[in-house]
Ligand binder design. Structure first.
Ligand code: G6P
Length: 371
């Protein structure tokens, strides 16, 4: 087992460290001179052009990757896209037909809630595409097409590299749809893919700079609750950061859309409540970044301890940050590939500081095969 952990104390730490390679593997061979080639997606270009609506169904961490995907798919393809918890999907009697594309995201490919959502979609004649990390598992077998993430086996119960590779697969799929439908030209698609191809190196650099996060974890390990805020794609990142902390450290942790805080959750803040703030790029979207900075000021005025995740060079946030963690600059839609990583490490280290087994958290299973 020690050998399998590759010198790390836990599988989770190894899997966090594996992420640059996992992303590179998921990108490998999917870019040609003519844009993106997803030969394994066996839905014809014509059928993809006929899609009028996209639904994404998933559970847990995979659901958070779907939330990020919605922003990317709608932005690049202009097709309306909804994300839905797989366990809720069929009870709502969603409106589906042969021009609906349902994307089921699942690391294991065996999650029963996701499988039942996809079966429902198929019965209603929707086309179903799986994004999955496990070759030959049930969800891809029952789908019309599959886009595999090449993350390699994920052993730790809490998902890390599967999340980042799901994001990459969603980006590729969104760009592919835009390409097939003629919304983006090959050179525009190529430009985003090149930015994606730089992310493994950027992530390696980021992973080398995580000592302050480890130190911070020890400080936060006795907090009563931890809140997370973000806007746009930073919102699902906030949810994912909170989920990791719940799963591993058994702490009360909640993620909020930064703008929604003042409509209720701000009442939770008292002196020294740590609030982890995911700040958008000032270069990518200055308006959104400034809005989040005002939200940080709001929580700080109520006594919160602000832990700010911001883009390298955004010196303006320093004045509002009790703790500041910089991540490399990437385009706004790709930012979750960076901003999630310190939150994974934070949760893993806080759990360790509290004396918990990060690879096998209580009450959780890697794959849930009941509804
Ligand atoms: C379980 C795991 C989560 C995971 C979720 C969905 O609840 O504990 O980490 O995100 O299932 O799993 P899947 O294999 O469908 O991605």
């Amino acid at each position: 087992k020690a050998a399998e952990k590759g010198g790390f104390d836990h599988f989770m730490l190894k899997e966090i460290a594996d992420q640059p390679q996992a992303i590179a593997d998921t990108l490998l061979g999917r870019l040609t001179d003519h844009g993106i080639a997803l030969d394994e997606v066996r839905i014809s270009d014509q059928d993809l052009r006929d899609v009028t609506k996209v639904f994404i169904v998933a559970c847990g961490t995979a659901y958070h990757s779907g939330m990020v995907a919605k922003y990317a798919i709608e932005h690049w393809t202009r097709i309306p896209c909804e994300v839905e918890l797989a366990s809720e999907f069929r009870y709502r009697d969603p409106i589906l037909d042969s021009s609906t594309l349902v994307i089921a995201i699942s690391q294991s490919g065996e999650t029963m809630d996701t499988l039942m959502a996809l079966r429902h979609a198929k019965q209603q004649k929707a086309r179903v595409l799986a994004i999955c990390n496990t070759n030959g598992s049930t969800i891809p077998r029952e789908s019309d097409a599959v886009l595999y993430t090449h993350g390699g086996p994920e052993i730790a119960v809490a998902s890390t590299k599967a999340f980042l590779t799901q994001l990459v697969a969603c980006y590729l799929l969104g760009l592919y749809l835009a390409q097939v439908r003629g919304i983006m030209y090959a050179d525009e698609v190529g430009a985003v893919v090149r930015q994606l191809q730089q992310t493994p190196d950027l992530l390696r650099d980021l992973l080398d700079q995580m000592d302050p996060v480890r130190k911070l974890s020890r400080d936060l390990s006795s907090a009563r609750q931890v809140l997370f805020i973000g806007r746009h794609v930073g919102y699902p990142v906030a949810l994912e950061g909170a989920l990791k902390l719940k799963e591993l450290a058994y702490m009360h942790a909640e993620g909020f859309a930064a703008g929604e805080l003042k409509h209720g959750p701000i009442a939770l803040i008292d002196d020294d409540t740590p609030v982890i703030c995911v700040v958008p790029s000032p270069v990518g979207n200055a308006m959104m970044r400034d809005k989040v900075v005002s939200n940080i000021q709001e929580v700080r005025a109520r006594g919160a301890r602000t832990i700010v995740i911001a883009e390298e060079g955004d010196e303006g946030v320093r004045a509002y940050a009790d703790d500041l963690i910089f991540v490399p600059r990437v385009p706004t839609l790709l930012a979750p590939l960076m901003t999630t990583v310190p939150l994974q490490i934070l949760a893993c280290e806080i759990a360790t500081a509290r004396g918990y087994d990060v690879d096998q958290p209580r009450n959780l299973a890697k794959s849930v095969t009941v509804e």
